[in-house]
Design a protein around this ligand. Structure first.
Ligand code: KIV
Length: 275
């Protein structure tokens, strides 16, 4: 049976850690799902690690829907969360609801994620009221990168820390089933985790959160433009891919690929007639 928001909330109550990974395609989603990871986020990080944009800001609804559909086809058990792109939930509650609905109806996701706290609480409330689970996302929200002036740790001053706690509370009150805390000091993330009833999912927020999320390309070592401090590399996929690609290239160039093993034969008499 597919993972539900009730199961995720229950995990917090039982003190079970929640694992989330991003995925952007069918093949990867299938692997992540088969391992048993309960939540798959089709993050708008897609823009950077798959599409080669400089930030997540240019990502469109159509791009997100396209990749979310692929992930949904690969994930049989995990809950699939579609990340709402920049400016698809900011203009009005109606706009936010319409776009959230597209992730569910057109792409088959089970939930959506959006960035912001107090300022988007009205949108979260309406989306949840209409039956769509919402994951919040506060702290270093990449869609506001220009406002922050770079990838900086958030919540370090007393005022900023209080604002983050208020944001987390506003999301809980609006009905979000969980909230991502990105790049905030670990002690603050722990405090927020203790003060709210919904699961906190950390990325660069320390071990005190109820769960952790990572961009899959970071943990696989397949995106090397930069490696965020919060990421741990569990593999060096770039090296493996480079070796395989250069072996293939060398063999084709040398004429040693393909061999009979990769080729198909035919009836000799038919061939003789053609000759
Ligand atoms: O887009 C994304 O992958 C995200 C996670 C890093 C939380 O928002």
């Amino acid at each position: 049976m597919r993972v539900t928001i009730n199961k995720i909330k229950e995990m917090k109550q039982k003190g079970e850690k929640i694992t989330i990974l991003t995925a952007y395609d069918y093949t990867t989603a299938k692997i992540v799902d088969e391992v048993g990871v309960p939540l798959i986020l089709v993050g708008d990080s897609l823009g950077m690690v798959v599409l080669g944009y400089e930030s997540t800001i240019p990502v469109t609804m159509e791009e997100m829907l396209h990749h979310t559909r692929a992930v949904v086809r690969g994930a049989k058990q995990a809950m699939v969360i579609g990340d709402m792109p920049f400016m698809t939930y900011h203009l009005s509650v109606a706009d936010a609801l319409r776009n959230a609905g597209r992730f569910i109806q057109e792409a088959g996701a089970q939930a959506v994620k959006l960035e912001g706290g107090v300022t988007v609480a009205d949108k979260v409330k309406r989306i949840v009221e209409c039956g769509i689970p919402v994951m919040g996302h506060i702290g270093l929200t990449p869609q506001s990168i220009h406002q922050f002036g770079g990838f900086k740790v958030q919540g370090k001053t007393p005022e900023a820390a209080i604002r983050l706690l208020e944001d987390a509370r506003a999301l809980e009150e609006a009905g979000a089933f969980s909230v991502v805390l990105e790049t905030v000091p670990a002690p603050l993330a722990t405090l927020i985790t203790q003060k709210i009833g919904i699961p906190t999912i950390g990325i660069g927020a320390g071990a005190g959160c109820d769960g952790q999320v990572q961009v899959i390309n970071d943990i696989l070592g397949s995106f090397t433009d930069f490696v965020p401090k919060h990421a741990k590399r569990y593999a060096k996929l770039t090296d493996i891919i480079q070796t395989a690609v250069s072996d293939y290239y060398n063999e084709v160039t040398a004429g040693s690929f393909p061999t009979d093993k990769q080729s198909f034969s035919m009836d000799e008499s038919i061939l003789a007639e053609l000759k």
